[in-house]
Design a protein around this ligand. Sequence first.
Ligand SMILES: C[C@@](CO)(OP(=O)(O)O)[C@H](O)COP(=O)(O)OP(=O)(O)OC[C@H]1O[C@@H](n2ccc(N)nc2=O)[C@H](O)[C@@H]1O
Length: 374
Amino acid sequence: MRDLTLVLLSAGSSSRFELDIKKQWLRIGHDPLWYFVANKLQKTGFFSKIIISSSKEDIEFMKNYGNFTYAEGGDTRQQSLKNSLKFVETDYVLVSDIARSCIDNSFLNKIISLSSDADCIVPYLPVNDTIVYDNDTIDRNKVKRIQTPQLSKTSSLRSALNTDKEFTDESSAIIDSGGTREFIQGDEAAHKITYIGDLNKIPCLEAPSNDTLSGNGFDVHAFDDKGEMYLGGVKIDSDFGFKAHSDGDVVIHALIDALLGASGMGDIGMMFPDNDDKYKGIDSKELLKLVVKKIYSYGFIIVNVDITIAAQKPRIGKYKMQIRETLAKILHCEMQRVNVKATTTEKLGFIGRAEGVGVIANANLKYFDWQKIK
Ligand SMILES: C[C@@](CO)(OP(=O)(O)O)[C@H](O)COP(=O)(O)OP(=O)(O)OC[C@H]1O[C@@H](n2ccc(N)nc2=O)[C@H](O)[C@@H]1O
């Protein structure tokens, strides 16, 4: 058995998937698709290391799930592969697209254990349809539908990728550089998810968990005797604002922490450090929009949020509806799923002494149910 590294390419933008969610973040139970695939392949014991190529911002979140080696993706599949090869120390490397999510062990074992001295071992499927190429009908027996995973000699692949030409698979690059490849019978089950309709052709994927994921957020800001006041994205009539690095919208900050908490993405200070000039005076609605985009792209949907504003002043009542409308629009959910409460502390503590405002928020999320759209 060869000493082997697995490279899983998962840095795609899912541009052809036409949903807010990136396909590698579809959930199988509680597991994102990329983790479902990496975990399954890790359990085969075939690989001395598993390298996953993904976008820089996704890698931060992915580290929550597993102790794989993460390589920053590039603008193209080939660039992502080159970046991943920097971490490969074995003579052989198996490269697969995360979107081929149902590779079974017998298929994998057939590729890995093939005794061949070719630079690349390539699974393919025959073509059953009539093929017309540039208006000419061609011999379909000479046509192959190439699949991954492909097994390459690491040195051959590295030198083959030392080119300005772009290839969509390893074997094409290796052949172009004068290397050799051996074809092996592919597997229909190793179908690649490209379009939403492909979800019907991936038998091994189970439905996402129906659990509700709950998170909470808490934030406080002291009053400042100058500046404008915003709460829940709404301008509040007052001659004082909040002491803060941003616009001090303590409602949105608590809500962001509730969303980050429910999705397991840490907290607001990790995502928007309060010593980063980029966020000085920033409209907190922009921070919320960034968080909501991540929530949806990572495969969550927002069920409801509930916010309690503890303040002796300002009076919140007349702003509640406007706050709910503003937040619901940013959260992409109906207004009845956004509840806003206000309370005083009966003049007790720093809030009762009107030194500042405290907010507690709760958010409930579910996983996007892709089974309903396929
Ligand atoms: C919105 C922003 C950006 O402009 O600033 P403000 O406008 O509120 O000042 C920040 O995201 C607002 O982050 P927030 O988390 O409320 O600030 P802090 O309470 O100071 O915490 C900053 C960071 O320190 C960490 N932290 C905080 C308290 C603590 N005892 N230990 C910690 O390690 C937290 O994990 C957080 O990520």
